[in-house]
Design a binder for this molecule. Structure first.
Ligand SMILES: [Zn+2]
Length: 231
């Protein structure tokens, strides 16, 4: 009798634990913040300080030309535990480049980042979020993958006419499990709004990941094409 009671309680415990997990995973949203177009020391350094204070790791999508200019900043980003993605060598539109230039844009930036930072990016994050067959082939040849978010929220901070309050509103609206939220390292207003953005996202039960962290948490992401309009 006692054994049966214990068995029943154990079963009940398992059911409750399962329900608890389901409730928690339904409420928690795993998101990734990405900061494009760096590194620039004057922008990256205060951003790194802020992210360290907030205990949040993000993805910095770096441009090869800027890594050439500011290798120490690129290293500091990696040393702080953030992920580095390859955001091309010169931030050009792929359609404006011939095959040789496109190859250099992808593989060249990969080599620059590897040499400067001693990390090998896993992900290519296309400038302007533009991709086509030719770019996909160049990315594959460089042993990279284009990071394809399940869902993308664009803060619009690349548009200088979009005010700080609107960046905050956009960055915290329609955020779902698996969302990537796109920002730019150089936008001062984004940095100023970041504590408010993170607080609002935490109130929405968001949990912050890098691209690789999000990819591990949500394996086999459906892979909807990235929406146009980013920079
Ligand atoms: Zn960009």
């Amino acid at each position: 009798m006692k054994t049966r009671l214990i068995t029943t309680m154990m079963l009940l415990g398992t059911v409750l634990a399962t329900l608890g997990d389901a409730a928690e995973s339904a409420a928690t949203k795993r998101v990734a913040l990405v900061f494009d177009d760096g590194p620039r020391p004057a922008d990256a350094e205060p951003l790194l300080t802020l992210l360290a204070k907030e205990k949040v790791h993000v993805t910095f999508s770096l441009v090869g030309d800027r890594v050439d200019e500011s290798a120490a900043t690129a290293k500091a980003i990696a040393a702080a535990g953030h992920e580095i993605a390859n955001h091309s060598q010169t931030h050009s539109h792929p359609r404006d480049l011939d095959d040789v230039a496109l190859e250099r844009e992808v593989a060249g930036a990969q080599e620059k980042i590897r040499a400067a930072v001693a990390v090998v990016p896993r992900w290519y994050w296309p400038p302007f979020l533009e991709e086509d067959e030719r770019l996909r082939a160049a990315v594959a040849r460089a042993r990279l993958k284009i990071y394809t978010p399940r869902h993308l929220v664009i803060s619009m901070d690349y548009d200088r006419t979009v005010p700080a309050a609107e960046i905050l509103r956009r960055a915290t609206t329609d955020v779902r499990d698996g969302t990537v939220i796109l920002f730019h390292e150089w936008r001062k207003e984004t940095r100023e709004q970041l504590p408010a953005i993170l607080a609002a996202l935490r109130r929405q039960q968001c949990e912050f990941h890098t691209f690789s962290g999000l990819d591990a948490a949500l394996p086999g992401a459906a892979g909807t094409p990235a929406a146009a309009g980013g920079k």
